[in-house]
Design a protein around this ligand. Structure first.
Ligand code: AVJ
Length: 312
């Protein structure tokens, strides 16, 4: 198939082709976030059963003065995976940084959100960086020698298996330099029914978000995956302490991506996301293993979600 309309992202292509060829087929969660996927994720954050965003935002709002007292003065705030930047204003209002650097993989989405922050905070220079934050990132020269505050809310760290999570935390340390601080959000372990409801909402938005990955593969890689042959599934993996999202084949399916063919027998799945949940000890241990020393921690009254401030 001749593809001239949209240029293929070689990293996306490689992750899809290699991932689907594994004995347990899996595609990294970052590929959810094309424009439509980013919009669907925003819809998820407003669902009654998806508690993390609401809980973390309220927590940040409630504790921000206390948090701000522990932050470096005249810093540059670097946000990893800024998305629609909805929690950012709470932090910027209190931390009053000298610069804001949102980093996101979804380019047009990033620029729109950055423009909104720029309009709300005319005194804070905004330097958006379109990048995959797991890879090498060049921070804008304009932020120069300002002390850095990394901001990694949303429990995005939960998308990474602990080994990759510690690699990522070390990577952040390299980007931000020693002496930096990191404000990170982590979702807590809680009863399974609440976790499942958060990742399998009755409205079907998370299902749509998951299935959108197949639509993206079809569109960007010229594939012919029969999307309606797959069903969204959320599972709790107790041994590994995580929610997993899968796309399960409801019948035997075959499809082609470029010149490679793939066969999924009925019941076989594509593993599309992990969302690790941490208890207080596990969360701090993860940070320590990633080279960050926890300084303070805040949770909501139900202890559903934690914000942790750490030092490189
Ligand atoms: C953006 C990674 C925090 O794991 O809860 C929401 C993504 N996936 N519903 C999460 C997600 C399904 C979300 N993070």
């Amino acid at each position: 198939m001749l593809k001239t309309l949209e240029k293929v992202d070689p990293a996306f292509r490689a992750d899809v082709l290699n991932g689907l060829s594994e004995p347990i087929p899996a595609i990294p969660a970052r590929w959810f976030y094309d424009r439509r996927g980013s919009e669907l994720f925003d819809d998820i954050t407003r669902l009654p059963s998806y508690y993390p965003t609401r809980t973390e935002t309220a927590l940040l709002e409630a504790k921000i003065d206390e948090i701000a007292r522990l932050l470096p003065k005249e810093s540059a705030v670097v946000e990893f995976g800024s998305g629609s930047s909805t929690k950012t204003p709470i932090l910027l209002r209190a931390a009053k940084p000298k610069a804001y650097v949102p980093i996101d993989i979804s380019g047009d989405y990033l620029r729109e959100s950055a423009a909104r922050v720029d309009a709300e905070f005319p005194g804070i220079p905004v330097h958006p960086v379109e990048a995959d934050f797991t890879q090498e990132v060049e921070l804008p020269v304009a932020i120069g020698g300002l002390p850095r505050l990394g901001f990694f809310p949303g429990s995005t760290i939960g998308n990474f298996v602990p080994q990759s999570a510690t690699d990522l935390l070390r990577h952040f340390r390299t980007i931000l330099c020693t002496g930096a601080r990191l404000l990170i959000g982590m979702d807590r372990v809680k009863p399974i029914d609440r976790l499942i409801a958060a990742y399998d909402d009755p409205e079907g938005v998370t299902a749509e978000f998951n299935l959108n990955l197949l639509r993206r593969i079809n569109r960007e890689l010229g594939a012919d995956i029969p999307v309606d042959a797959f069903r969204h599934q959320a599972r709790w993996n107790d041994m590994l302490g995580r929610i997993e999202m899968h796309l399960v084949a409801m019948r035997d399916v075959s499809f082609e991506i470029e010149d490679r063919s793939f066969d999924f027998a009925k019941g076989k799945s594509i593993h599309t996301e992990n969302s690790h949940k941490y208890g207080p000890r596990g969360a701090r241990l993860l940070l320590l293993a990633g080279g960050w020393t926890p300084l303070a921690e805040w949770t909501d009254p139900d202890q559903d979600f934690a914000l942790i401030l750490a030092e490189a």
